[in-house]
Structure formats: structure tokens, C-alpha cells
Design a binder for this molecule. Sequence first.
Ligand SMILES: [Fe+2]
Ligand SMILES: [Fe+2]
Length: 351
Amino acid sequence: MTPVTSPPHGHAAAAGANGAPGADGLDPEAVSAFQAAFDTAVAADERIEPRDWMPDAYRSTLVRQIAQHAHSEIIGMQPEANWIARAPSLRRKAILMAKVQDEAGHGLYLYGAAETLGTSREELLDKLHAGRQKYSSIFNYPTLTWADVGAIGWLVDGAAITNQVPLCRCSYGPYARAMVRICKEESFHQRQGYELLLALTRGTEAQRAMAQDAVDRWWWPSLMMFGPPDDESAHSAQSMAWKIKRHSNDELRQRFVDICVPQAEALGLTLPDPDLRWNEERGHWDFGAIDWREFREVLKGNGPCNEQRLEQRRRAHENGAWVREAAAAHAAKQSARASQDGASRTARSEP
Ligand SMILES: [Fe+2]
Ligand SMILES: [Fe+2]
């Protein structure tokens, strides 16, 4: 990865040091000019691009966030993949397979976005496998019945969209652009989950009960997906100032609850919260207290499936080693052939 060498686009004149070494090699005056150009670009809602100068903390915050997001996409394939072989019809199986493949694709775009910040995919995967980087705690819950596939689509992908739509306007260009396509696909995921639950709630009494049970188990963990309350969220304020984040955790959580309540009603399902009521004054749904102890425990690695998920991920990585080797060998052969062809073309065209 080339070190970052220029100020945010359109502000080169302000710093006047195009082609300078990274921030470490710059004198303090140049750094403050770069910083000023960066601040101006962020304030003007311009995108920061990979070759632009950026503060080290901005870069490391993005790497942490994008890596965690990428890991969540690929770990998130596991709970649902559990049901591919047991999908109740060919149609449901095809839909679920497409969805799980989409999640692999999301991981790919996001690892690609992280690579533009100077980290390699191998490094990030190593950290995930060593338990040094996190993924969303929601994927440490088990998928016990077929209805869980519906509840995940409706609630987990639904929460993901609520979180991710504002990221399409994130200040870092490659991340923002990856999110545009991801959000379109997440919206399909959310609809398929809703439609699956609708089919169950219109089915037999046992199917309706299965849908209700799944929603009972996934509702609270979905609310936890937005992260800790604003007053306990360590990174929120700085991320908002950098326009990586556009809304606070509590704001997004409220938005999600407001969206879900009428949808639950339309499904004929009850959200498992006795404190849920419309607050005329606020113009929002009030909801009960979240069990943050449970959230912290799952985050610490003590959720029902933490070990299983990581073990499965490590195994998949080891089993895929031969594919990576073959792909690398193929790429090396192709580029050797291309440079050989190029050399012989040059030789032919010489007088
Ligand atoms: Fe996804
Ligand atoms: Fe999804």
C-alpha cells in the first residue's frame, strides 16, 4: 500500500506538499496544513479518498469499524447457512442460498474497502481468528427453528439497514460506496424475512407459534445491535465529528423500534416488551430497558455460540487454503504470461 501522500482532493494548494512522505516525515507546519485541509473537506461533506492525507486516528477508527463490519458479514453467514439444507421448499432454499452468498459478497467489498486504508485482508482475518477483532454480537445466538431465518431477515437485516443507510454518506469514499450496494441487498434480505414470517403467521397455529417464538428470541438482541447507549459509547462523538457516523446509537435504535412496531402489527406478532407504548409527546414508541449485562457477556465471548462460530470460521479458512493457493498461482501465471506477451510485442514493434 502506498503511504498517504496528499491532502484531501481540491485542497492540495492549502498544504502545498503533494508527494511528501507520510505524516511521520512531515514537519509540524505541514501536518497542520494537511489537518486543516482534511477538516475543511469533512466540513464541506467531501469524500476522503485512499490517497488523501488523514489523521492516524481517523484511519485506525475506520479500519476497526470496517473490519468489524466485514467480519460480521462473513460470520453472519453461519447461523442461516445452518438452515439451507433444511429449507422447506426449493424456492425457500434458492432464496436463502442467494442471501447467504450476498453476505459473503458484502464481506468481500468491505475487506476491499479496509485494504484501501493500508491493511491486508490476511491481517484482518488473522485478527478475527485470534479473537483480537470483534464481529456483531448478534451472530452468537443460535438459529433453533426455520422461523429464525425469517426473524433474522426481518429484524437483524432490518437493524443492519437502519444502521447502514446513513453510512452511504460516510466521509470515507470507499466505505460509503461499498455501503450503497450493500444496503440495496440488505433491503432484499429484510423483505424476504418479513415475507417468510408472513407465510408462517398465515399458516397453521404451530407455524404461527414458531414465528412468535423466533421473534421473542431475536427482538432484544436486535436492539443491542445498535451498540451501547449514547452516554456509554466510547467512540461515538469522535466518529460523528469525522462524519463516519451520522446518527447516535440511541437515535438509530429508536428509528428501528418505530419502524418495527407497525410491521409486527401487520404480521400479527407481538414484540416481547410489555413497556412498548406510543408516546404522543415524543412522537415515538417508548420501549423497555435493554439488558446490557447480557450484551456485555456475549461481547466478552460468553454468548451461546461464540466458540462455535469462531471455530467454524477458522476451520473454513483452513479448508479454503488450497483455493487461495490455487488462485494466487493462477494469478501469478497470468501476469507472467501477460508480461511475456508484452515483452514480445515490444520486441516485434522495435525497428
Ligand atoms: Fe450483509
Ligand atoms: Fe443481510
